[in-house]
Design a protein around this ligand. Sequence first.
Ligand code: ADP
Ligand code: 5GP
Length: 182
Amino acid sequence: MVSAPSGSGKTTLVRALLLENLPLSFSISATSREPRGDEVNGVDYHFLSTIEFKNLIKQEAFIEYEEVYPNKFYGSLKTEVERNWKSGKHVIFDIDVIGALNIKKKYPNQTLSIFIIPPSINVLEERLRSRGTDSETALLERIQKANEEIKFSEKFDKSIINDDLEKSKKQIIKVVKDFIDS
Ligand code: ADP
Ligand code: 5GP
């Protein structure tokens, strides 16, 4: 499971990990937020309306879900996990701090939790601004939440400070390889 404040570089690092020849597959979450940048429906997320998302909650389609930002729901689908288990691979969840710690509590030995830390809140803000995909409101929501999320970093099995991108890529690949081999 990979968690990080938005803008820390989690998507960039998970994409790098998936390019490696490792037995990994990505659990595509559902979300009620709008697609941003080069995100593709059914690849990065299953993009749903709030009504569609709430119907899935009623149908108990999620392993877990959270309202990560006001009226922005995110959840891991049971169908995704079943699809990935059938392929015999390890499943990568990109999940918020609360969701990750809940799953870790349920499956302490079968899971590896990784936290991606931005070098500082100022750098995080710069990255979010230069990504250029978030409205000012979304940006402020994300920065405020980041301050809270960073406090949980020591509860994770591993944390990576994403300063130098190439170094961080190497680190995450090593940590995941070691877990798979253990
Ligand atoms: P997240 O998925 O955590 O929201 P992204 O992977 O979208 O974050 O990264 C946020 C922005 O920061 C992107 O524009 C990305 O290219 C850039 N970025 C990621 N890692 C680094 C890094 N180590 N140094 C500089 N920029 C980075
Ligand atoms: P973003 O909008 O930047 O893609 O994601 C915002 C936050 O939602 C991140 O912390 C991300 O990890 C989290 N997130 C993505 N998918 C899920 C999910 O399925 N469940 C939960 N609980 N959080 C998720």
